[in-house]
Design a binder for this molecule. Structure first.
Ligand SMILES: [Fe+2]
Length: 146
């Protein structure tokens, strides 16, 4: 959603297309993660949910998939910024991709489930690719004097 919003401030089609493409891919990643959470919890007992630290989540949402951070704080648009300044927004996007990479690495460190690790490694690698695409765009706009 960050990239979908920021694309309108990009000064040319290169930037608009890149942000739109990455935004679209990120939505696919949301679906992958939601599917993984569903698969991991759909057959869990209430006791298993509680033991996994998901008792409060179960109380509020049952087995539904509800987007929160690991502390249960719901997703909000306040997590991202749109400044209207291409360089500022792209720099924030680069930081966001690095934070996502680090989070995937932390999640990988927390599991021994090979099926989960495989998905997380794929997603981690895509964040590295996104970071590099944003870095290219940043340097391109910087050189053009934006
Ligand atoms: Fe990404």
């Amino acid at each position: 959603m960050r990239y979908f919003s920021q694309k309108f401030s990009m000064p040319d089609d290169y930037g608009k297309a890149l942000l739109n493409d990455i935004a679209t891919e990120e939505l696919g990643h949301c679906e992958m993660i939601a599917t993984m959470v569903h698969q991991l919890t759909k057959n869990a007992t209430i006791k298993e949910m509680e033991e996994a630290g998901l008792g409060a989540m179960y109380a509020e949402h049952g087995k539904g998939v509800y987007p929160t951070d690991s502390n249960g704080v719901p997703f909000t648009v306040a997590y991202f910024a749109v400044t209207g300044d291409p360089l500022a927004d792209i720099m924030e996007d680069m930081a966001a991709e690095q934070k996502a990479r680090a989070t995937y690495e932390n999640l990988i460190n927390m599991t021994d489930d090979e099926d989960v690790i495989r998905v997380l490694l794929f997603l981690r690698q895509r964040e590295v690719v996104h970071y590099n695409r944003f870095k290219e765009l940043f340097l391109y706009y910087k050189k053009k004097g934006y």
